[in-house]
Ligand binder design. Structure first.
Ligand SMILES: NC(=O)c1ccc[n+]([C@@H]2O[C@H](COP(=O)([O-])OP(=O)(O)OC[C@H]3O[C@@H](n4cnc5c(N)ncnc54)[C@H](OP(=O)(O)O)[C@@H]3O)[C@@H](O)[C@H]2O)c1
Length: 482
């Protein structure tokens, strides 16, 4: 069956930087199902050719030396453009007519990709419904919705309810591009296709888990948006909690979307609810020095650009194992890593063993791979120990560049596999964890908003907070070379 991807927000940054380069790379590798048409929709008046020319330039820029001009010439005719306004029902009628014309009445799978600001989601969905574009009489119809999905539990619930007035849940693909990264998918394989990890993947052997998403960049031109969001909404509600669910979930019965998502949802359900007092003690919040001078940011902004949060997962596997989640801007480097810290041996035979071995580091970016840290005897010494490591890098093991995360996710949306997309209950459960933290911070104005210097690992208070719990952050950058 042919495929059509309709991109709302066709003239925007996401389309230019991620979606078209991903679709083109899939096409060039022969992995894009054939035939697939791409139809762009936004207000800017382009002809088909003008849009294709713009995309040729931006794709060449973002793909770099991999850009194959000849392949592009084959790909370009599959791209079309329909100018229109998401707020105008008439423009959806024109879009519908244009789609009917290019599909020539054939059965066809259609994916509507909402690459627009969230304030347009409801309008786009309502008008898709009114124009009959969500009905499946002529093939499957799906909608991909970008993050952020809501700004709190109430708005996420309202948006879910609204989406469900037009699309069934099985047609809805809420994207979190972290789940398209090879290492994140490999975490499922590591845990569920090997037997060696499962026996020790629990409270008996694991001391704690750290999940860090550190950004080197500051807010830049996103100050206006960021100042109304903050790090919990921007990073924790989606990326960090998704990484946590994949680390902590039980084995699904089969690798099927709903079964995988059932297990992920159970992790979120098991996260212990905390009162405001407990939240204050279990969180650190910070703001990088100079944030209030950024364009679009209020001069007295209380927005956190850094947070560390201690969550407990109340089930048999994880009882008593802290999950420390941390993210910040203006940090020492760009890295996303999951650190599984195993317990010390119950009785240490060797004096002077360095701390912090017994650790599995799963690096999601910049390099994607895994490192295992363990104690080793230093040769030609009296039982002197040193921490050494074994590492696995995707790029070294398999060669070549890893695909951008949007590639597998776009393919999954075309094929209707929602395993790596968030379901409505997951999104709401995640907001149900974040909202109380935001409420506690706002109502108590605690913990103090710690100002931190750029280029390090967030506020010093974050290290002190970890030390008080008898632990240290694993601050290493990069863990694996590129
Ligand atoms: N950029 C990224 O790397 C990135 C990464 C992850 C997630 N996201 C998410 O992706 C979404 C899009 O982000 P973006 O950075 O691409 O935004 P953007 O550059 O501001 O693009 C917005 C797009 O929406 C279109 N648009 C605005 N008003 C419209 C209307 N009334 N009718 C039709 N089209 C309209 C704009 O085109 P016209 O002005 O021509 O109408 C433009 O194509 C956001 O939800 C964002 O959070 C972006």
């Amino acid at each position: 069956m042919p495929y059509t991807i309709v991109i709302f927000g066709a003239s925007g940054d996401l389309t230019r930087r991620k979606l078209i380069p991903a679709l083109f790379s899939l096409f060039a590798k022969g992995r894009l199902p054939q035939p697939t048409r791409i139809v762009g929709f936004s207000r800017t008046e382009y002809s088909h050719d003008a849009w294709r020319d713009k995309l040729a330039q931006s794709t060449a820029e973002f793909i770099g030396k991999e850009f194959d001009r000849q392949k592009w010439e084959e790909f370009a005719p599959t791209i079309q453009y329909v100018p229109g306004d998401i707020g105008k029902p008439k423009d959806f009628e024109r879009l519908s007519a244009a789609l009917d014309e290019c599909e020539a009445g054939q059965q066809c799978t259609r994916v509507y990709y909402l690459a627009t600001a969230p304030r347009f989601y409801e309008s786009a969905i309502a008008h898709l419904g009114q124009a009959g574009l969500a009905t499946e009489s002529n093939g499957p119809r799906r909608v991909v919705i970008e993050k952020p999905f809501g700004t709190d539990l109430t708005s996420a619930r309202r948006l879910n309810e609204f989406v469900h007035t037009v699309f069934d849940e099985r047609q809805v693909f809420r994207i979190d591009h972290y789940l398209g990264k090879e290492t994140v998918q490999n975490l499922l394989v590591l845990r569920f296709a090997n037997t060696i990890f499962e026996p020790i993947w629990n409270r008996n052997y694991i001391d704690h888990v750290q999940i860090t998403v550190a950004e080197e960049v500051k807010v830049g031109s996103r100050g206006g948006y960021y100042d109304t969001a903050d790090v919990l909404r921007d990073m924790f509600q989606n990326h960090l909690l998704q990484l946590m669910t994949i680390t902590a979930m039980e084995t699904p019965v089969r690798f099927e979307a709903d079964l995988v998502r059932d297990e992920k949802a159970k992790v979120l359900q098991a996260v212990r609810a905390l009162d405001a007092e407990q939240i204050i003690g279990r969180t650190v919040r910070g703001q990088y020095e100079g944030y209030r001078d950024e364009p679009g940011v209020a001069g007295d902004s209380q927005t956190a650009t850094f947070a560390a949060v201690h969550l407990s997962v109340d089930n048999w596997r994880w009882q008593g194992v802290p999950f420390y989640l941390r993210s910040g801007k203006a940090m020492s480097c760009r890295t996303t890593q999951i650190v599984v810290q195993f317990r010390e041996p119950p009785h240490m035979l060797f004096a002077g063993a360095p701390p912090d071995a017994n650790r599995l580091v799963i690096q999601v970016q910049p390099a994607e791979g895994i490192q295992l840290h363990f104690q080793t005897k230093v040769p030609d010494s009296d039982m002197k120990l040193r921490m050494t490591d074994l590492d696995f890098r995707f790029s070294r093991a398999f060669g070549g560049e890893l695909p951008d995360a949007y590639q597998p996710l776009l393919l999954d949306a075309l094929e209707g596999d929602a395993s790596l997309f968030a379901r409505s209950d997951e999104v709401e459960l995640a907001w149900g964890i974040i909202d109380p933290i935001l409420d506690a911070w706002r109502s108590r104005n605690e913990p103090d908003l710690a100002v931190y210097e750029s280029g390090f690992w967030g506020p010093i208070e974050s290290n002190e907070w970890m030390n008080q719990q008898g632990r240290n952050w694993f601050d290493s950058c990069p863990v694996l070379g590129q």
